[in-house]
Design a protein around this ligand. Sequence first.
Ligand code: NAD
Length: 496
Amino acid sequence: MSTIGHWIGGESVLTGNRTQQVFNPSSGEVCGEVELASTVTVNQAIENGKAAYVAWRNTPPAKRAQVMFRFKMLLEEKADEICELISREHGKVLHDARGELQRGIENVEYACGIPELLKGEHSRNVGPAIDSWSEFQPLGVVAGITPFNFPAMVPLWMWPSAVMCGNAFILKPSERDPSSALYIAQLASEAGLPDGILNVVNGDKEAVDALLHSPDIQAVSFVGSTPIAEYVYNQASATGKRCQALGGAKNHAIVMPDADLDNAVNALMGAAYGSCGERCMAISVAVAVGDEVGDELASRLTAQLKNLKVGSGLDNSNEMGPLITAAARDKVVGYIDSGVAQGAELVVDGRGITVPGFENGYYVGGTLFDRVTPEMTIYQEEIFGPVLVIVRVKTLQEAIDLINAHEYGNGTCLFTRDGEAARYFSDNILVGMVGINVPLPVPVSYHSFGGWKRSLFGDLHAYGPDSVRFYTKRKTITQRWPSSGVREGIAYSFPS
Ligand code: NAD
């Protein structure tokens, strides 16, 4: 069995620390074990980053961009290998892994152009013969802590921008599917990224806490569940670090009576059951405006669910793979049990399915509940599985009020043909990413990604323009070269 270690100073490192098993969720087999970094190993990575930062900070941005261009080519060349690593440890179907990787590559493409955004601002003659400018300087060594559900893409949201801004980066991927991020770091080295500018430490809470408590880490980007996001944000803030911590979600899609229902149902199928519902932008609540829409949704979704092809992620003909772990499967089944116990109508039950040849995989079939109400646990909590619930309301306003009252505010969407309703909705909804007839409104790489309310702690969003602000600090320089014309005497009043 292979042991998955760390990537420190441009080489693979095994330290003999504690380990944890890594599973192939499609088959339930152990496919490796990952080392869990101790504080000593994390500090070694940080020291490495500190040393490498000194030269990288002063490397011309255009030279850094050349590394990034080569890196993008390597990601494309090695896409099949990367997607297989993703699918083997995560379980998502290969074509879905390909989509994840493509979105990650788009973040790399954006990072190639970051020199344009580091140009700063310049004002001539802010006073007599005085010029002033603002420049954006790197922070130093920064860290990223990422979740299991996008093991390649979410790290690529972070470190390409951070290093293009001149920082050194320590990545702590999810210990459940660590291999793709590690392999991608090796490709970055191959592309010419100097040793120590990107270090990967695998691990669990001990590694995270070592990063949070290190005085040498200047900023922390986190993506994961809300309780851990809140913990990371509080700890990082308490130790004076800049922090953006993206958390969980419960994304609602409102379906209006005038919507194109065929389009809405297709969109809901992909958004609710793609990647087995393990997406922070998955739609997990369909809000039907009117009983007629509710009835139509229930019957059309049921018909589609009958054809949903569930199976191994490594078989590209499948549409939905397994959940990440046996514990995740049991948790999702527990939620379905609770929905039944609390009186929701279970329309399609995904419990207890088996996939021939993969009997030990962590499968739950696509599940649909109708007549779910806001007090139910399956409405309130993020299930993070293939479970869609239908809530019935009478008006658009009632639907908006429902969404605005929820603790999460990551993504949402509205299906309608009414432009006025769409405008009112996008104007008044308390959610960070909004779609109109678009079920997964994940911003493209040149916008930024982030939710509102308890879906994000901090202010700046991930990737795109916000990432350049997050990974740099502004310095404003005011400069005068005294000459006979502007030489002044002593001035005791505030300069104006
Ligand atoms: P998680 O919170 O369990 O883990 C995320 C990271 O935190 C991992 O690297 C993990 O090792 C670390 N971690 C876990 N427990 C910790 C602890 N007690 N102390 C310190 N660190 C700890 O999340 P997950 O299960 O890997 O990912 C799924 C969650 O991530 C879902 O809630 C999903 O909505 C969310 N997510 C959010 C976004 C977003 O952009 N908002 C994107 C992807 C995933």
